[in-house]
Write a protein that binds this ligand. Structure first.
Ligand code: DAH
Length: 339
C-alpha cells in the first residue's frame, strides 16, 4: 500500500506541475483528492490493514494529502497570476480613444427667463423671496385688500383646497408674507408658479409662472416704480425698449397701472409678435395700498412702497418667438433643445 501511495504522490505532483490552466488544475484536484479520488479510495481500503499498520498508513495518506493541497494552492496562485498578466497584455486600453459624449440638456425657457430677471434685480440690490404655492386665502386675497365678494375669489377662477386654502392665483401673497416678517427697507422679487382655473389653449394654462416685485421704504414714490421698471425693461428686452403706463385697477395698489413695452421685435412699427400694436402688455403695478401695508403691520404714515407682477410665459413666448404656450409645458425635447 505504501508503494501505491508513493505512486499516487509521484503522479499527482507531475500532473499538478504540468497544469496549464485553472480548469485542468481543478480536474487534478478532483482526480486525487475528490470524494472518489485516488487518495480517498486508498483511505477506504484501510479496513484490510492490520491494527498496527493502520495509523502508519493513515498518517502517510494525510501527509500526502496536505502536501498535494499545498502544491495545488501554490499552482493555483501562479496560474491566476499568469492569467491576469495575459489579460493585461492582450486587453490593453487605448486611453486616447474619444469617449462617448453624454448628451447635455438645456435650461427650460421659463427657467432661463426667471434666471435672467433674477440677475437684473439682484444687480439692483433686490433679494429673492419665496412663498408657498398652497396658500391661505387670507394671504392670497384678504391681506391684499381683496374682499370676500371680489370676482377673483370665485371658484370659477381659483382652485380651492378648502374654504380657506387655495392654490395661489398670483405671487402677490409673498408680498404680505415678506412684510409681516421683515422690517422696511424691503426690496424683493419672488418668482414662482401660480394656478388659475383656466382651460388650456394657446395663451392660457391652469399653471403658469409670475415674478412679483415689492419695494417698501420711506419716501418711495411712483417715479421710483417707473424708473425701476424702465431700467428692467431695457436690461431684459434691449436698450431701445420704451415703456408706457396705462391706468388700471388692482385691489392691492393705489394708484394702479399696467405697463406696456415697445415691441422689441419690430421696434414699435407693428408686427406679428405685437399683433400690429407696436406695444406689448408687460405687467401690472402700482403703489402699495395703505390698507395692505396696515394689514401686514407696516405704518403707512411712515412707509410707502411700490409693487409689480408679470407673467413669465408671456415674456418667454415674446422673446423666443413661441406662438403656443402649450409647447412650454409639453416638454418635448425636440422643442426644448432649440433654446
Ligand atoms: N397679481 C397681479 C395679477 O396676477 C399682478 C400684479 C399687479 C402684481 C399689480 C402686483 C401689482 O404686485 O402691484 O394679475
Amino acid at each position: 500500500m505504501k508503494e501505491e501511495i508513493a505512486k499516487i504522490k509521484e503522479n499527482s505532483i507531475k500532473e499538478i506541475d504540468t497544469c496549464k490552466d485553472l480548469k485542468s488544475l481543478n480536474d487534478v484536484r478532483v482526480q486525487y483528492l475528490g470524494k472518489k479520488g485516488e487518495l480517498t479510495i486508498v483511505l477506504r481500503k484501510m479496513g484490510i490493514l492490520s491494527p498496527e499498520e493502520r495509523p502508519v498508513i493513515g498518517s502517510l495518506v494525510n501527509e500526502v494529502r496536505d502536501e498535494l493541497e499545498r502544491l495545488i494552492q501554490e499552482k493555483e496562485k501562479q496560474l491566476k497570476k499568469e492569467e491576469l498578466l495575459k489579460k493585461l497584455r492582450t486587453e490593453n486600453i487605448d486611453v486616447t480613444e474619444p469617449s462617448k459624449k453624454t448628451k447635455l440638456g438645456s435650461i427650460h425657457p421659463i427657467t432661463q427667463i426667471i434666471k435672467e430677471v433674477e440677475e437684473i434685480f439682484l444687480g439692483m440690490g433686490y433679494e429673492i423671496a419665496d412663498g408657498p404655492e398652497v396658500e391661505k386665502a387670507i394671504y392670497n386675497f384678504d391681506k391684499l385688500n381683496t374682499p370676500p365678494d371680489h370676482p377673483a375669489r370665485d371658484v370659477q377662477d381659483t382652485f380651492y383646497i378648502s374654504d380657506d386654502i387655495v392654490l395661489r392665483s398670483q405671487t402677490s401673497p409673498v408680498q404680505a408674507r415678506v412684510m409681516e416678517n421683515q422690517k422696511p427697507p424691503i426690496k424683493i422679487i419672488c418668482p414662482g408658479a401660480v394656478y388659475r382655473s383656466d382651460s388650456v389653449d394657446a395663451t392660457h394654462s391652469p399653471v403658469f409662472h409670475q415674478i412679483e416685485g415689492l419695494v417698501v421704504d420711506k419716501n418711495i414714490a411712483m417715479t421710483d416704480l417707473k424708473g425701476t421698471l424702465e431700467m428692467f425693461a431695457k436690461k431684459c428686452l434691449g436698450e431701445n425698449t420704451k415703456i408706457r403706463f396705462r391706468p388700471h385697477h388692482f385691489p392691492f395698489t393705489e394708484p394702479s397701472a399696467e405697463a406696456d413695452v415697445s415691441c422689441f421685435v419690430c421696434g414699435g412699427k407693428g408686427c406679428r409678435v405685437c399683433k400690429q400694436e407696436g406695444w406689448i402688455e408687460l405687467l401690472g403695478c402700482g403703489m402699495v395700498h395703505p390698507n395692505v401695508l396696515r394689514n401686514c403691520g407696516i405704518d403707512s404714515e411712515i412707509y410707502s412702497g411700490f409693487a409689480f407682477g408679470f407673467g413669465v410665459e408671456r415674456i418667454a413666448m415674446a422673446k423666443f418667438g413661441i406662438e403656443d404656450m402649450r409647447l412650454l409645458f409639453e416638454n418635448d425635447v425636440r422643442f426644448l433643445k432649440q433654446f
